[in-house]
Design a protein. Structure first.
Length: 708
């Protein structure tokens, strides 16, 4: 009966492996969280059933059940208990079963402990690992079943594998398989770990190396004890040629072991068993000509030493990998703004990772599920580091590009500079800026230039990707000599292009994708004008004609995944009241667990509060379940506008008549305004929700939600 239980357990494990080989990878391809998460339960159950099978086989060896062919051929009733147990893996069937168990254990380890691995990467990894398990389990069940019966059974067994009749060698296979595999996984797998975990993992590495090495050393000692003089003579090199050739010929069992090793390598993420180059993205101090040539160069902090940082461009659904190298005098991290990625890659120091110390590195590795215009920027002391220049564009291309002649990525920014020295003003924590509208610069640039000029042709059609990378400035933009349509906001496509008929408002961190036609005549200029400053952000000089006639109105961009409307009727209600600031009505707030008056709060550098709390709390604004719809009312009880940004997810504004607006990740809430947003919680993790007037976030306007 026990062997049949083992056989049935293998069949169940095979069924689970088939499911795991299909569902998670489909989920990763279509952004289906539930399918991706199915890998976890499948991987854990496989360990259980393969473990049951190995235990059933081991019991058959222990009780000398010679009705099982494997036991009859590889054991004997007079053998000590240890050698009976070792007989479990003394044949190629048992050895392969042991290997499958270790393979499933590592798969379950990735599923349970791999919280820093991007969700889609983990799902694909576990699916590929399951393919390997399907192959091994099918081989076991259909060609080399360890539970085959023999009838009539022999009176006793045919003896144990001679190589396993030594204490050291008896335990060699499990120690070697597990220790060697663990060493490789831990050695390379630390790239998925946060820096503070790596020292702890080194202990596991040491233990794994000791485990594998101990098995090897014990095996060698066992061989020496078992040697007779003739064997010793042969070991010293006096082998007849024919015997040497025979020894060099691989056996079927050797081939199976090598296949198992190859299987484990194929089932784990690419790069775990071979060094793989990851493109570096360094944050460094640089000097460049930010102001006109009559001024000295300005010292900035830039990614790759440029302003803005180098453009990163990938295709939708592709993997993005960057090794962040911190060459700054401050700790830092990188937030990938607007990308709906795995929480561990969100880059929020103090919440999703530790800040990377000067001289340190951190590997970011994730899949870009959504096409659109995004950006990356520092997220440690961001009110200073972004103001010094640490930001750059991140573009995710659609599978099918829109019908345009070309596109331009335009990063809008401002700088607070000392007009005498040309250097960045270092008053980042100044109470006046913190408590008012934020750090607003006195020098405005586009792509790091105050006089950006681009050539165009009449009737040329362009895609303009606008990114507001400033700390606090709200850009009010207008088209001159151009006709345009908004096709996406914060990376998310609109259902249909919206004509640009008036001023286009772009708050801090917001992005807008425009498709524009050049209407200005040859020899004239078209402009992207900041009407608030009466300043041309970009001058387009018209030379030549792209076509004699204009094209039709552009069509909508293809939708991104997970853009369905939330269920408003069943949504969880939440409320966030923003208070404080100069000319505000906040008398007191909670800071470090104590209620303080506004004067005390100001002395501590806290000028703002969410729901009466002037700091990031240990408990989230809300504990939410995956798939839960939410309606959040945002009450701005201050006189200043605030650009509220939600990490990891997008939301829609709910208008007074109940209509839903387009998907966004940042909403600009005016002074004394109340706005409502709604979203479906579709990304697990701890997600920041804060004002993107970065000085406001630093001085009280930061909270978070937990999704489980």
């Amino acid at each position: 009966m026990i062997p049949e239980i083992g056989h049935f357990a293998l069949a169940l494990a095979l069924s689970l492996a088939v499911v795991q080989s299909v569902l998670p990878i489909l989920g990763a391809s279509h952004g289906n969280v539930r399918r991706m998460q199915s890998a976890r339960s499948s991987a854990i159950r496989q360990v259980f059933f393969v473990g049951v099978a190995l235990a059933a086989l081991m019991r058959s060896f222990v009780v000398s059940d010679f009705t099982v062919r494997n036991v009859a051929e590889n054991s004997h009733s007079l053998k000590p208990l240890l050698f009976k147990i070792a007989g479990t893996w003394g044949s190629h069937e048992g050895s392969l079963l042991l290997w499958v168990l270790i393979l499933t254990v590592f798969g379950a380890g990735v599923a349970v402990l791999g919280s820093n691995i991007p969700a889609a990467t983990k799902a694909r990894t576990l699916s590929v690992r399951a393919w390997i398990s399907v192959g091994f389990l099918s081989f076991l069940l259909f060609t080399s079943n360890p539970f085959d019966r023999v009838s009539p059974p022999p009176a006793d067994g045919s003896d144990l594998n001679p190589l396993l009749q030594d204490v050291g060698l008896a335990m060699h296979p499990p120690l070697l398989y597990f220790g060697g595999s663990m060493a490789e996984v831990v050695r390379e797998g630390t790239r998925f770990l946060s820096p503070q975990d790596r020292d702890a993992m080194a202990i596991y590495l040491f233990d794994a190396e000791v485990g594998g090495g101990r098995g090897h050393r014990e095996g060698r000692r066992g061989v020496r004890r078992a040697e007779d003089p003739d064997r010793l003579r042969k070991r010293r090199g006096h082998w007849p040629r024919s015997e040497r050739n025979e020894l060099m010929r691989p056996t079927r069992r050797d081939a199976l072991k090598l296949a198992g090793l190859a299987g484990l390598g194929a089932g784990l993420p690419r790069g775990l068993f071979a060094a793989e180059d990851i493109p570096e993205l360094s944050a460094q101090v640089a000097r460049l000509q930010l102001l006109p040539d009559s001024y000295p160069q300005t010292e900035v902090w830039g990614y790759g030493g440029t302003i803005p940082g180098r453009e990163i461009r990938v295709g939708q659904g592709q993997r993005l990998r960057r090794r962040f190298v911190n060459d700054l005098p401050q700790a830092s991290s990188i937030h990938w703004h607007g990308i709906r990625i795995d929480n561990a890659m969100d880059g929020v120091s103090g919440l999703t990772q530790d800040a990377v110390a000067p001289g340190g590195t951190f590997d970011y590795d994730f899949v870009t599920p959504d096409a659109g215009t995004y950006w990356y920027h520092a997220h440690n002391r961001s009110w200073e580091q972004v103001a010094r220049g640490l930001h750059g564009p991140l573009i995710v291309d659609e599978a099918e590009a829109p019908d345009v002649d070309r596109e331009e990525v335009l990063v809008l920014d401002d700088w607070l500079l000392n007009p005498e020295t040309g250097q960045i003003d270092d008053s980042f924590d100044h109470p006046m800026m913190m408590s008012h509208s934020g750090r607003t610069g006195n020098y405005v640039t586009t792509n790091g230039r105050y006089n950006l000029t681009l050539p165009v042709r009449r009737h040329e059609r362009l895609r303009l990707r606008l990114i507001n990378a400033s700390n606090a400035r709200i850009f009010q933009l207008k088209l001159s000599g151009l006709e345009g349509w908004i096709v996406a906001l914060d990376g998310m496509p609109l259902a249909s292009p919206a004509p640009v008929e008036d001023v286009l408002v772009l708050g801090p961190a917001q992005r807008t994708d425009l498709i524009v036609d050049v209407l200005a005549e040859e020899g004239e200029t078209a402009d992207l004008v900041d009407v608030g400053e009466n300043f041309s952000q970009v001058v387009f000089t018209v030379s030549g004609t792209a076509s004699q006639t204009r094209r039709a109105v552009p069509v909508a961009l293809p939708p991104n995944p997970k853009m369905d409307l939330p269920d408003l009727a069943g949504a969880t209600p939440l409320r966030l009241v923003m208070s404080g600031g100069a000319m505000g009505r906040m008398d007191s707030a909670i800071l470090k667990g104590e209620r303080m008056g506004f004067r005390e709060l100001a002395a501590a550098g806290r000028f703002w509060a969410f729901n009466g709390v002037a700091e990031m709390t240990d408990t989230p604004l809300a504990d939410l379940g995956l798939g839960e719809p939410v309606r959040l009312v945002i009450v701005n009880d201050t006189v200043f506008p605030h650009a509220m940004h939600l990490h990891g997810m997008h939301f829609r504004e709910v208008s007074e008549d109940g209509a839903l607006g387009p998907l966004r990740d940042t909403i600009l809430v005016g002074g004394r305004e109340t706005r409502e947003i709604t979203f479906t919680v579709d990304n697990p993790g701890d997600w920041l929700f804060h004002c993107h007037m970065l000085g406001h976030a630093a001085s009280g306007m930061t909270t978070w939600v937990r999704v489980a």
